[in-house]
Design a protein around this ligand. Structure first.
Ligand SMILES: [Zn+2]
Length: 229
């Protein structure tokens, strides 16, 4: 009876895929399998010296870095990340984080703590959630790696600076983050998590702040998407 009522409810009010709008079937959540599989993977996690790692060369020492999918204009990943950031769909972040973790289980094996890149308080209040934290929660659920939102604090609300040249952007990222509750991170391998990597400037800034303040910390970086500038 309960199953019947659930089916009837789903028939009347079907859950729709956030990306393509088609009704979801049993077992699918938020995003249909077809859309999930359609996302073009980078496979960077299996490539040493991949383009994401190269973004940090000469700036800060990173153990390894990856981005899961290619962010292309009009593509599925763009639709999903847009819904995550601007359409009040935090669950998209959980789904993408879980999928990332499923496909990168080996890569994630030696990570001790997940650190999502925080939003500035002002942005967090207007959005209601931090999209990077949603992704990190999906990864944490899948891997049982502890997650901390208490370490990194964002001091500056950086606007998207697409007009600025890359070099200028690097200069603008000093002092973006400060730290708290860093006890216990000494000697640990942390994973910085963000939704999209473009120049890597924000992530580098966070990594530099962690390196400067916590002895023997190892830092890796993961994003759901890579967007070329
Ligand atoms: Zn879909």
């Amino acid at each position: 009876m309960k199953t019947y009522l659930t089916s009837l409810w789903q028939l009347l009010f079907p859950n729709l895929c956030v990306a393509c709008g088609n009704p979801l079937v049993t077992g699918e959540q938020t995003v249909c399998l077809q859309c999930l599989y359609a996302i073009a993977r980078t496979h960077y996690a299996t490539k040493a010296d991949n383009p994401i790692e190269q973004l940090f060369w000469g700036k800060v020492e990173i153990e390894k870095a990856t981005a899961w999918g290619h962010f292309s204009k009009g593509g599925t990943l763009q639709a999903l990340l847009h819904a995550l950031k601007y359409k009040n769909k935090p669950q998209v972040g959980y789904v993408l984080g879980e999928q990332f973790a499923v496909e990168n289980a080996t890569w994630l094996q030696n990570i001790d703590v997940l650190l999502p890149i925080p939003l500035h308080q002002k942005r967090l209040r207007s959005r209601g959630y931090n999209q990077a934290a949603c992704i990190a929660q999906g990864i944490a659920k899948q891997t049982n790696i502890p997650l901390s939102e208490e370490v990194l604090i964002r001091n500056v609300s950086t606007q998207t600076q697409t007009q600025k040249r890359v070099f200028e952007r690097w200069q603008n990222t000093q002092g973006v983050f400060s730290l708290q509750n860093t006890h216990g991170l000494q000697g640990k391998h942390v994973l910085l998590i963000d939704d999209v990597i473009t120049t890597g400037a924000t992530l580098a800034s966070a990594a530099i702040t962690l390196k400067q303040n916590i002895p023997n910390i190892t830092i890796s970086i993961a994003a759901i998407a890579v967007a070329s500038t």
